[in-house]
Design a binder for this molecule. Sequence first.
Ligand code: DGL
Length: 273
Amino acid sequence: MARAGRPIVVFDSGEGGLTLLKQAWALYPGEDYIYICDTEHFPYGQRPLVQVRTFFLGVLTYALTLDPKAVIIACNTATAAALDAARAVSGDVPVVGVVEPGILAAVRVTHNRRIGVLTTVATHRSGIYQNGLRAAEARAVVWQRPCPLLVVLAENGRVTGPESRAAVAHCVQGLLAEDVDTLILGCTHFPHMQAIFAEVVGDRAHLIDPGLETAKILPHYVVGLQREGLGTVSLLTTGQPERVLRVGRQLWEHIVMRPGQLAWEDGEVVRRR
Ligand code: DGL
């Protein structure tokens, strides 16, 4: 049973997961949130899964010292690499990944059961969406496509403009040609380009944002979420706190956010300031 006053930790490799944080905050504003991103090791999606697991478990060890009510892995790649391992060591702290909520939403809305998934290279390699979709809907036909260029564009704030539009169109055209009616944005950075995706895909496919779906069904995993009041938001990073704060401020102008510096020391995450 969750105790009041304990924070919810939201993790991503970079700034992409701030969209999930924003959605969770909109639904449960009374919670205290601590966003942690491992910018030093970004991008996770280009790394071997075993290395991503080691990094995420290092972050989790630090996160558990904060006595969280839950840990949400907003990163699809870290979910693919480490969700089971994280649950094995988190004790009574629920660890929530973004992949399952995204899968459940996709199988709910698809009519023709032809589902496309855009991911990082590592998530693609893990097969987590392919296997999860088939487990949830045995008749699902799944097409996956890794889109590392979109990760780089989104992390650098290039979420609009002709170059990003062309990159999105390039990624989705093969899937749309296969007549998918549902497209999972299986990387936390892709929802930052939601406007371009909506324009390029139009009404040909439902767009699924696993982060949004996770925020919506969070009460399935975490008891006693505060829908009233105003909690706090802290942004901790192994990279540059000012940079994360700047992106955070673009998403919420009216929320006070406290930045903080984390660092890796001998394989462990420590707080610097
Ligand atoms: N956060 C990662 C994900 O959702 C994408 C960025 C990265 O490659 O680290 O898969």
